[in-house]
Design a protein around this ligand. Structure first.
Ligand code: CP
Ligand code: NVA
Length: 300
């Protein structure tokens, strides 16, 4: 399998076999069964939004592979003062071996990738967060040894980045994905972001959780939605993952969250800190999943 020079913008661009290969590589690299390197290579990391896990895991990942990562806050680059995305992409491509970008608009990362001469990795846009889903699928594989046939119930805002990537990745690898969300259009999955992706929709939270193998949720107010805070808190309140919801799922169901979490909003402290929660395994696996992706896309 050859990934050299490919971009990683959405899991829609990768086949089931390619995703399985990358996950298997990440698991083997984590166990020390396989070594990869990016000696003397550099990754330019462009951030338009805040981050804890993404910045640290990419930066540490590059160091562990023998390379270097540069943190670039877009506000402090010329891109923040009107230089075009295209010129920025061409310039960075003359120095760095890869670009990681966390941007508001997915259209902007597509523009970046169009002009870049090196691989561009999506570290979250309004539409997708593919690296998070790779780490999440790795976590489920490690805990359950399979994805095929598992029921993944995604609670809350199913119209945004995290639902999209979860639906694309998990369904491609054979899981049954259920969007458990309010009836309002904005919280429902958008077909145009999920071409040929299989998922079901359930508006009743208790039914949605029934016999689930995985219960997933994300914040109700994503980055860039702060003005809608009061409205979202009220409209999503019935979709909190709590003790009643987890009781409907299988006894050994995994509770997953990409983090950061807002305790007592989308998730109760009892569940996120409880025995079914694997949220910090997901966070750790960002490092391993991304090392595999970077090694394959940017390696010689
Ligand atoms: N899950 C995730 O992407 O976390 P950060 O926003 O902290 O990077
Ligand atoms: N949906 C969240 C994910 C954060 C990792 C956001 O976009 O803010």
């Amino acid at each position: 399998m050859n990934f050299k020079g490919k971009h990683f913008l959405t899991l829609l661009d990768y086949t089931k076999e390619e995703l399985e290969y990358l996950l298997d590589l990440a698991i083997r690299m984590k166990k020390g069964e396989e070594e990869k390197e990016l000696n003397r290579k550099s990754l330019a990391m462009l951030f338009q939004k805040s981050s804890t896990r993404t910045r640290i895991s990419f930066e540490v990942g590059m160091t562990q592979l023998g390379g270097h990562a540069l943190f670039l806050d877009i506000k402090n680059t010329q891109l923040g003062r009107g230089e075009t995305i295209g010129d920025t992409a061409q310039t960075i491509s003359r120095y760095a071996d890869g670009i990681m970008a966390r941007l508001y608009k997915h259209e902007d990362i597509k523009e970046l990738a169009k002009h870049a001469k090196v691989p561009v990795i999506n570290a979250l846009t309004d539409k997708y967060h593919p690296c998070q889903t790779m780490a999440d699928m790795q976590t489920v594989l490690e805990k359950k040894n399979k994805l095929e046939g598992l029921k993944v119930a995604y609670f809350g805002d199913c119209g945004f980045n995290m639902f999209n990537s979860t639906a694309i990745g998990f369904s491609k690898l054979g899981a049954e994905v259920v969007a458990v969300c309010p009836e309002k259009e904005e919280y429902k999955p958008k077909k145009e972001n999920l071409p040929e992706v299989k998922y079901e929709i359930e508006h009743d939270p208790l039914k949605g959780a029934e016999d689930a193998d995985v219960i997933y949720t994300d914040v109700w107010i994503s980055m860039g939605q702060d003005e809608e805070k009061a409205k979202r808190l009220s409209e999503l309140q019935n979709y909190q993952v709590n003790e009643e919801i987890m009781k409907k799922a299988k006894n050994d169901a995994l509770f997953m969250h990409c983090l950061p979490a807002h305790r007592e909003e989308e998730i109760t402290a009892g569940i996120i800190d409880g025995p079914n929660s694997v949220v910090f395994d997901e966070a750790e696996n960002r490092l391993h999943a991304q090392k595999a992706i970077m090694a394959e896309l940017m390696g010689d």
